[in-house]
Design a protein around this ligand. Structure first.
Ligand code: IYR
Length: 223
C-alpha cells in the first residue's frame, strides 16, 4: 500500500464475543424488521432537530473516495410541498396512464398505488435526496465523484434506518421522471434527484400490505 496522506487514527470497534455479536445483530434485526413503507401519514409536526439528527446519521455512510456526494433537502414549507405534490402527480398521472407497462401495473396492483399522492402534502417533512454527479472545488473547477449511485444508495439506507430508529415512518418514493425536484428546490447543476422520502408519523388507523419477506435461504448463498 502507498503511504496514506491522511492522518490515521486508531480504530478498535468490535463485539466482546460471539454472544455479544449475536445479541447486537438480533436486536438490530428485530428493530429494522419492523420498518415498513407507509403511504398514510399523520400531519402531526416533527421537530426540525429530529430531522437534523436523521440526516446527520445518513451522512455517516461510506462513499467513493470519501467524497460524500449527497445533498439532503428537508422540506417542511407547505407551499413547496404543494408545488412538489402537483408536479409529482402530473408525472405519475402520465406514468399510470401509458408510460408504465402492463406487467408493471399488474405488479403494483397488490399494493394499490395510483397517481394520487396526498402524502406529499400531509407528511410534515419531505426529504429530497440529491446525488452530486461531480463536486465543485473552491476555484469553481469540477471535482470528480466516484460510485455516486452506490454511495447515495447506501446513505439512503442509513437514512431509512435512522428514521425508523427515531420512531418515525417513511416512504421511498420515486416519481418518474423527477427533474422537477431540482427545479422547484433551485438545486445547482451538479445535483440530480435520487429519492423523495416523506417522513412523519403514520396516520391513525394507517395500514400496510401484509406481505412476508424472503427467508435467509432464498436470499443468501454460502460458499
Ligand atoms: N412511482 C410510482 C409507481 C411505483 C413504482 C414502484 I416499482 C413501486 O414500488 C411503487 C410505486 C408511484 O409512486 O406510484
Amino acid at each position: 500500500m502507498p503511504e496514506p496522506t491522511f492522518p490515521f487514527v486508531p480504530y478498535n470497534y468490535r463485539s466482546a464475543d460471539v454472544q455479544a455479536a449475536l445479541n447486537g445483530v438480533m436486536a438490530f434485526r428485530q428493530n429494522l424488521a419492523a420498518r415498513r413503507s407507509v403511504r398514510e401519514f399523520s400531519p402531526e409536526p416533527v421537530p426540525r432537530t429530529v430531522i437534523e439528527a436523521i440526516i446527520e446519521t445518513a451522512a455517516t455512510a461510506p462513499s467513493g473516495a470519501h467524497k460524500q456526494p449527497w445533498t439532503f433537502c428537508a422540506v417542511s414549507d407547505a407551499a413547496l410541498k404543494t408545488e412538489i405534490r402537483i408536479a409529482a402527480e402530473k408525472e405519475e398521472h402520465e406514468s399510470y396512464n401509458g408510460r408504465m407497462s402492463e406487467e408493471w401495473l399488474r405488479d403494483l396492483a397488490p399494493i394499490g398505488t395510483d397517481a394520487h399522492k396526498p402524502f406529499l402534502e400531509v407528511a410534515p417533512w419531505l426529504i429530497v435526496v440529491f446525488r452530486q454527479v461531480h463536486g465543485y472545488r473552491e476555484d469553481g473547477s469540477k471535482a470528480k465523484h466516484y460510485y455516486v449511485n452506490e454511495s447515495v444508495g447506501i446513505a439512503c439506507g442509513f437514512l431509512l434506518a435512522a428514521i425508523h430508529a427515531a420512531g418515525l415512518a417513511a416512504l421511498t418514493h420515486t416519481p418518474s421522471p423527477m427533474n422537477f425536484l431540482g427545479e422547484i428546490l433551485g438545486r445547482p447543476d451538479n445535483e440530480r434527484p435520487f429519492l423523495l422520502v416523506p417522513v412523519g408519523y403514520p396516520a391513525e388507523g394507517a395500514r400496510v400490505p401484509g406481505f412476508a419477506r424472503k427467508r435467509l435461504d432464498e436470499v443468501a448463498v454460502f460458499y
